[in-house]
Write a protein that binds this ligand. Sequence first.
Ligand code: NAP
Length: 886
Amino acid sequence: MPDVMVAASSSKAPSGGTTQQVDVAVVGAGFAGLYLLHRLRKAGFTAVVLEEADDVGGTWYWNRYPGARCDIQTIDYSYTFDPELESAWQWSEKYATQPEILRYLGFVADRYDLRRDIRFGTKITAATWDEAAQRWRLTTSGGATVSSRYYIMATGCLSAPKPPEIDGVKDFAGEVYFTGRWPHREVQLAGKRVAVIGTGSSGIQSIPLIAEQAAHLTVFQRTPNFALPAHNGPAPADRLGLLEADRAGYREQARWSLAGVPWPQQTAVSWQLSDAERRERFEQAWAAGDLVYILTQLWADQAVDLDGNAIVADLIREKIRATVEDPETADALSPHDHPFGAKRPCLDTNYYATFNRPNVTLVNLRQEPIKAITASGIKTDKRTFDVDVIVFATGFDAMTGAIMAVHPITGRGGKSLSEVWANGPQTYLGLTVAGFPNLFMITGPGSPSVLSNMAVSIEQHVDWVVDRLVAAKASGFTTMEATETAQAGWAQHMADCATLTLHRLANTWYTGANVPGKAQGVMPYTGGVGPYRSICNEVVSRGMLGFRLTGPDGAEQCNDGEVVRLQPDVRLVLNMLAEMQLPPLESFGAQGARNFLAEFNAARPAGRPVGEVVDGTLPGADAPLPYRLYRPATPGPHPIVVYFHGGGWVLGDEQSDEPFCRDLCRRSGMIFVSVGYRHAPDHRFPTAVEDAYAATRWIAAHAAELGGTPGAVMVAGWSAGANLAAVTCQLARDRGGPPISGQLLVCPVTDCTFDRPSYVDNATGYFLTRSLMYWFWDLYCSPADRTDPRVSPLRGKLEGLPPALVATCEFDPLRDEGVAYAEALAAAGVPVEQLKARGHFHSSLTMVDVVITGVSGRVQMAEALRRFAGLPGQDHQRAPHEIAAE
Ligand code: NAP
């Protein structure tokens, strides 16, 4: 395969100071720019690509340092838009080298005759939205100007190198190289004393090869990074086999996966696996030499929970110690300051073993920071290192650098993007920015981009953008712009997603922490490639939700709104339920619905271990009732919480809220006794409430026998169970006990009125439907009984009740009656705390280990219970989503 040639046929700027008029101007001729140009042309748009380099390749044009390779398997890191292209190109290795990838991009440019519309050696110096012309006006380094309807940044996420930020670089008398701007000529390092500063992917890839050439290599490390062996060679037969057996299916699976590589979602969590099983999984991943595999395939909680993550990090540190002979060096190379995967891990070839070479020294900058660079080398606050060459592998002003810092972009009303992004990038979908009509970004901040296989994300972005331009043209619209509402909603969704992962717990280029003074925040979309794709599709299917489109003669369409208002994991759960196309629960009949629920519950994670689970029987109102007791692992006696399960007074039993009871037992350090009260329609009102009251009396009277603290108990419940808990408090007050010190009411039924807004707004689509509630009510009690405070506690006397925590969920028909109850309790002088769970549905808070964003709510519940019991609060220094260790 010949080397990519600098294109003789490249586009030329128009002469004589004329402005080139095109439909679309694209910046960058890397993976994204090339595919964009191809798609735009096929869609009938005129386009020009402006590229600073002298050839195609983007990041692969600039990053020519020794050892530069991709770290997503090459069969996945390729274009997939044309099956013929796929069969016309064969990769030679599992991870292709930079020259091979550059040849590939050149091959693509030639195959689709792209170069004639690429203007190489052209830097954009300013981009301005011309309000009157409704076009972008670009000025370029050569002085030529371009006028375009649309302006698309295909500038890459890691293309603006970060300055070294070390004093004295200019004084150095030797050679200086940046990995991100490596010379195009051969660099001679043989026999030289070389320093490498930086141990990210670029440093880790280049260090072993530089060590082989240099007389001596000194590596200056500020933060150790996790590196895994690439085990490079031919593409693995199993992956290749899968691809070749069903190419279209394989590619489609990648498009809907989390990271853009077709691996399944893991379901087993770390604490469900034995030590031996975890080690086996880890060793398999270590041997696989695949970043996405080890980041996603060990156990389901590895990327979302610190405990699940720490197990992986420990196993990797064990590998480092086993490889690096000098224990002090091994220790210095072992990362301890961030969860595995929170900072981009690296794929390496012989990285750790390189530190066993006699000609390699590691300098730990945490112990001796660099003071300055001098004429002869590098001075730390302890020593001086004389060197001939300094290689800066110090990274990039990632994600925003190439878009914002490279040239001023001025949008509507003369506002510059730098001003608008002063406190961090704001985008809608990572593709557009409010106030910047017809500006698009490919893999911009707010898109999955760098947390995914870029090839897959790029194709998705390009397809989405070009399809929108085609649709706009067809309907006569000439501008397209995100609304402020949509953009703010996306920022909220981004933040919700980020709380689910551990990325925000590390100082990285993902968060802007590597550039002094840069605004901090997780910049890429952490919700995954598949969910992101479905959201982009939803924007379209909901009539370009969150976009304002305008055209000639005042034509305008604006369907304003936020595309995702649910918490990200709630959205996944509800989508999954919707895909199952279940018939309404009420259509099964009572017994059928009970069977369905039992089957559904059997498939969920069982819940984390507690000290002990004991089944027993207690006397109800007039019949024995089963109960299940959950005891904490800590020494007792413990305060007791009497718990009533959900299920509309019709479904469920003392085990059906098991994960929720276990979780609250662990978090609060209290005994939970879940009561199997009797159900409608066999036992209609008031059986359940009388059972609940009788059970509470009995448990309070037998507290010591149960291992509990004698005296007052607390009551808790979810949904209809919360209704029983609320009513039990009223009965206990009126019937002379038992003493109850607090009530935890989660999404309670409190009233028989069905016309509050939440009943209307959330009537369907959120699992608990209005018609299901009607059915429950009909089975439980006759219309004449419904205003009885024993079923509608909101209508009862509320003075003198125990303190309460009332939790409600935004997308729940029962939301407003829960809020009404909390407000009425407060008005009656009862101490009340409200927990309003934004973006959650009726079942969210009880779906332990499935709806992870419910964790902070359960932490709040546990704290409230401890307050009710007069216990001190617990240490919740850890992030709210983290699940405390045993
Ligand atoms: P990077 O991950 O940001 O690493 C930069 C390194 O330089 C870090 O170790 C950093 O330390 C250190 N550093 C920065 N400024 C410093 C200073 N003033 N003094 C001392 N040390 C300093 O950059 P990168 O290695 O170029 O990689 C960036 C990303 O590009 C990667 O994460 C990856 O996504 C991509 N990449 C991919 C490949 C591939 O295999 N396909 C190869 C290269 C890069 P701190 O951590 O303490 O800031």
